[in-house]
Design a protein around this ligand. Structure first.
Ligand code: UDP
Ligand code: MG
Length: 169
């Protein structure tokens, strides 16, 4: 019940998730799906101890992607980015846990796979910035905006995590 109220509050006011309830938006991009990396990426987030609260496969519309990447609309790579991101299905996810926004950016690596150390997703599976396999929100505020953009309320699930006592003291 508390989870449901918090979910509604967070979606409407784009705030409300902190501590172990912090949430982020992660998406396996079309190249990641084509290259069969969906399972590997989910595996890393699961094993880390984060909780999956939303998951779907969809082909994103150009309108959705333009809204998602609106901050980059003036960049020279913008139209190529929209074409790439709409070229095939993506796996959109919401993951929850303590410091999940900051930690998932570390798990992804740098924007350019060339600058991403081995052990990160982009460092292990990407070569070029234009095909960097995975998206992750860059701040709590953008996470909230992106979750509200990609997911309806009834697609975000509240479930009791039986391992939470082994993850949080
Ligand atoms: N991108 C690109 N060329 C660039 C910079 C970014 O194609 O020079 C793409 C890349 O797919 C990146 C996305 O635009 O993931 C969004 O860029 P941002 O700076 O937000 O990087 P991110 O947050 O994904 O690391
Ligand atoms: Mg970004």
């Amino acid at each position: 019940m508390i989870c449901l109220v918090l979910t509604i509050f967070a979606n409407i006011f784009q705030t409300g998730w902190t501590g172990p309830n912090e949430r982020t938006f992660i998406a396996v991009k079309p190249d990641g799906v084509q290259r069969r990396l969906v399972g590997e990426i989910i595996r890393r987030f699961e094993k880390k101890g984060y909780k999956l609260v939303g998951l779907k496969l969809l082909q994103a519309s150009e309108d959705l992607l333009r809204e998602h990447y609106w901050e980059l609309r003036g960049k020279p790579f913008f139209s190529g980015l929209i074409r790439y991101m709409s070229s095939g299905p993506v796996v959109a996810m919401v993951w929850q846990g303590l410091d999940v926004v900051k930690m998932s950016r570390k798990m992804l690596g740098e924007t350019n796979p060339r600058d991403s150390p081995p052990g990160t997703i982009r460092g292990d599976y990407g070569v070029e910035v234009g095909r960097n396999v995975v998206h992750g929100s860059d701040s709590v505020a953008s996470a909230q905006r992106e979750i509200a953009l990609w997911f309806r309320l009834n697609e975000l699930h509240c479930w009791e995590d039986s391992s939470s006592h082994w993850l949080y003291a």
